[in-house]
Design a protein. Structure first.
Length: 185
């Protein structure tokens, strides 16, 4: 059983990015992402309609971190502290040493390899520091860009589930990708 300690969320560094702890002050930037139909197109969650929704998300992740159930970082470009996305383990299955990763990035930064960079930093932390054995990601079959990010970071498709998510009154498919630790225990 994992007993992660997220009392302090360390910054993670990638070539062009710094991942830092989410702050309540990030709520307006998160709201811009989570209220955007373009960003949320493949995320099976309703659009945020009020900035309070995004603030609640930040607070919920803070509480989940204290419990060791989740850890989320703000994605920032080196040289700027402004949140341009977020990434982290939104669900940690402690008994299985497995976590589910999720991420969102501002559309102006899509196609530049930044999501892959952020994901590699989070995976490195998950495997080496948290002690994860595997990481999974759920993705919509039509989300080709996210599938490319996962494949580029050595995830493999584990399954395709038919109409297993109810999104806006419609059942949709999902695919699960996973990556095993490169470390041998």
């Amino acid at each position: 059983m994992l007993w992660p300690d997220f009392s302090e969320i360390p910054p993670l560094h990638a070539r062009r990015l710094v991942l830092r702890e989410l702050r309540e002050a990030d709520a307006p930037a998160i709201f811009r992402l989570r209220s955007s139909p373009e960003v949320m197109r493949f995320i099976p969650k309703p659009l945020d309609t009020r900035s309070a929704d995004s603030l609640r998300m930040v607070r919920e992740f803070s509480q989940a971190a204290i419990a060791g159930d989740a850890i989320m970082w703000a994605i920032t470009v080196k040289g700027s502290d402004r949140l341009v996305g977020y990434i982290g383990y939104w669900r940690i299955m402690k008994e299985h040493h497995r976590a589910e990763v999720g991420y969102a990035l501002h559309p102006d930064l899509w196609g530049q390899g930044l999501a892959s960079e952020a994901l590699e930093a989070v995976l490195e932390h998950g495997f080496r520091v948290i002690g994860l054995h595997s990481v999974e990601a759920t993705v919509a079959p039509g989300n080709i860009a996210s599938i490319r990010v996962l494949e580029r970071t050595h995830f493999q498709r584990e399954g395709h589930f038919k109409e297993n998510y109810l999104v806006n009154g419609r059942f949709v498919d999902s695919m699960v990708y996973a990556r095993l630790t490169p470390l041998r225990h």
